[in-house]
Ligand binder design. Structure first.
Ligand SMILES: C[S@@+](CC[C@H](N)C(=O)[O-])C[C@H]1O[C@@H](n2cnc3c(N)ncnc32)[C@H](O)[C@@H]1O
Length: 268
């Protein structure tokens, strides 16, 4: 199963495509503002707006260490590092994404504050109680075993630490169209209702602080995109197949089958 999730996301030439597009548009690669990457490096509903929702709830500062699980090519990790001052570690299953995350972080001069590692959310390569907060954006839809996932997030987070999950959740029964952005087939797709996350979190001993449903943001994201698209997009990250995935996700949102929800938990 692990291999298939990695195969869905993994592809060569990500940084090259991004750098070529930016160079052609006249950007100076020696002085690149990380914000310029936002169209391609925030692979979740709402893009930057979704990242801001999570950042506004983290409540950490420069003295803290944050783990971003399923970090992709590191867009959210870089934003959290800049907005909180914290040291950030990103971990992801897909080696090509981790490689791109490292390269892009070097490119924007942030490698002193952020590091990245290949690893799985269900078997995190960190000691107990390592981080002050843990974030996870749009990753649980790839993970069948939510109990094991929650238990690992809880294990690596220190007492009183915050765990923020911003995932695509199931809001109504119905068949999802595929390919979806997180999976080409139903076989490796495990989006679930928020209640299942809450149950898994309770099992892991976490306290549930609350949820915020960002359905309106999803409707706007898919139906009302900016008139001028950004220079780099999720097409640079995933290739031409992204268009069909985005259309299918839009259809599922518009039918009310899925919604992005942010869930907040606390380690006792
Ligand atoms: C839709 S992308 C989101 C990436 C990033 N969080 C963001 O918002 O830009 C899902 C990411 O989860 C990663 N992923 C999927 N299953 C995982 C697992 N079991 N452990 C760690 N990462 C996983 C994928 O490799 C991919 O980078």
């Amino acid at each position: 199963m692990t291999e298939s999730v990695e195969q869905h996301y993994g592809n060569d030439g990500i940084v090259q495509r991004i750098v070529e597009a930016l160079t052609q548009s006249g950007f100076d690669m020696e002085n690149l503002d990380p914000d310029v990457l936002a169209g391609a490096d925030e692979f979740h509903i709402g893009g930057r707006e979704g990242t801001i929702q999570v950042a506004s709830a983290i409540n950490i500062n420069a003295e803290h260490q944050l783990l971003d699980v399923g970090c992709g090519i590191g867009g959210a990790a870089r934003f959290f590092a800049r907005s909180t001052g914290a040291s950030v570690t990103g971990v992801d299953l897909t080696p090509e994404f981790v490689g791109a995350a490292i390269e892009l972080t070097n490119l924007v001069g942030m490698s002193g504050q952020i590091d990245f590692k290949v690893g799985s959310a269900t078997d995190l390569p960190f000691m107990d109680d390592t981080f002050d907060a843990v974030t996870m954006l749009h990753v649980g839809m790839n993970i069948a075993d939510k109990d094991q996932m929650m238990s690992e997030l809880a294990r690596v987070c220190r007492p009183q630490g915050t765990i923020l999950i911003y995932d695509v959740t199931i809001t109504k029964k119905g068949d999802l169209p595929y390919p979806m952005p997180w999976s080409s087939t139903p076989q490796f797709s495990f989006p679930e209702p928020v209640e299942n996350y809450e149950k898994a979190a309770a099992q892991a001993g976490l306290r549930h602080i609350g949820n915020s449903d960002h359905y309106d943001l999803a409707v706007k994201f898919f139906n009302d995109p900016p008139a001028a698209p950004p220079i780099v997009t999720l097409g640079h990250l995933m290739g031409p197949r992204m268009m069909q995935m985005k259309d299918n996700a839009a259809e599922a949102v518009n039918q009310g089958l899925i919604s992005p929800v942010m869930m907040e938990f606390r380690v006792p």
